[in-house]
Ligand binder design. Structure first.
Ligand code: UT7
Length: 322
């Protein structure tokens, strides 16, 4: 039987910080409103850097942390909804920037659940016996899609990347992953593609912004997080008492505390870093896991569930032992 484990993690955020006070220059809002409704105090945003740059910095740290030889990495999966190009993908550019062998690389788009989808795919590809060591990344520059005049959305998002080296193991550490989706409610959270118009006119429409029906996404999130956690617990014949921690997608502190309350799981065991970074989409989960490990909140041997939801709708959860 082939098992998998996390060998190392890394993360990176761009240096520019945008505080809630700064946002008052663009929209009618207040630090009090943003903090009380979301838990966010500030977020990091890119100026010059692209998604590949953030992914590169996080990957370097994960490779160092894992102590792995770059030549031993045989798969790269990057989750992103904000690739620098339609093609080539971030994962493809990353292969060259990191000086990896000419291996298989591909991007995944599952909105904010992207990292769990990427982890699921890499985990299963290793468990198939075909691959040994995967670099799995969640990287976003979501602020490039932000409408800075829309106070309903612009206060929420930030830019970041998180990376993980996932390897073949004799111990069963990445114990279970589930993912789901439904596309019938795409209008809840969407950013449309550029439409190339009639070739006679040859006019290209402008890049769309993020559109969100916040209250409905909130309702979905508070339902799907506990449901996904319970499904993972049931499938693995364990209870919440067997978990040392939970790392949820950092979209809104109120979503996380409502999910914790409904599950009857202590907020003291729910990792939170949303106040510093906002919602960083696919980067949110690996950024939080890396920070939890580096600050000794998550320690070797700890068992935790990480769970996410996002536009689409999509969702996913993983049961992991460090
Ligand atoms: O990765 C997944 C991404 N998305 C999410 O997870 C989003 C899920 N939804 C949410 O987190 C919450 O719905 C929001 C934080 C987006 C909004 O919080 P809410 O408590 O649902 O507020 P609301 O949309 O019901 O708006 C309440 C009021 C409205 O004013 P009126 O109509 O009552 O006068 C909004 O116009 O707050 C107003 N408002 C703001 N006021 C100050 C909305 N955004 C702002 C703002 N500053 N930034």
């Amino acid at each position: 039987m082939i098992y998998t484990k996390i060998m190392g993690t890394g993360s990176y955020v761009p240096s520019k910080v945008l505080t809630n006070e700064d946002l008052k220059r663009y929209v009618e809002t207040s630090d009090e409103w943003i903090q009380s409704r979301t838990g966010i105090k500030e977020r990091h945003i890119v100026t010059e850097e692209g998604t590949t740059d953030l992914a590169y910095e996080a990957s370097i740290k994960a490779i160092e942390d894992a102590g792995i030889n770059k030549d031993d990495i045989d798969l790269v999966v990057v989750a992103t909804v904000t690739p620098d190009n339609y093609f080539p993908g971030v994962s493809n550019l990353l292969q060259a920037r990191l000086g990896l062998k000419e291996i298989m690389t591909f991007d995944i788009n599952a909105a904010c659940s992207g990292f769990i989808y990427a982890l699921n795919v890499a985990d299963k590809m290793i468990k198939s016996g075909a691959y040994n060591n995967a670099l799995v990344v969640g990287a976003e520059t979501l602020t490039r899609l932000t409408d800075w005049r829309d106070r309903n959305t612009c206060v929420l998002f930030g830019d970041a990347a998180g990376a993980m080296i996932v390897s073949k193991s004799e111990e069963n550490k990445i114990q279970d992953i589930i993912c789901g989706s439904r596309g019938d409610v795409d209008d809840l959270l969407i950013s449309k593609n550029i439409k190339i118009k009639d070739p006679e006119v040859n006019e290209v429409s402008k890049q769309d912004h993020i559109h969100m029906k916040g209250a409905e996404v909130f309702k979905f999130a508070t339902r799907i997080l506990p449901k996904t956690v319970n499904e993972l617990l049931d499938r693995n014949n364990i209870t919440l008492d067997d978990l040392d921690y939970m790392v949820a997608h950092q979209a809104n502190e109120r979503i996380i505390s409502k999910a914790a309350k409904d599950l009857k799981f202590g907020m003291d065991k729910m990792f939170l870093n949303i106040h510093k970074y906002g919602n960083t989409s696919s980067a949110s989960v690996p950024l939080a896991i890396d920070e939890a490990i580096k600050t000794n909140v998550l320690k070797k041997g700890d068992k935790f569930i990480t769970v996410a939801f996002g536009g689409g709708l999509t969702w996913g959860g993983a049961l992991i032992e460090l």
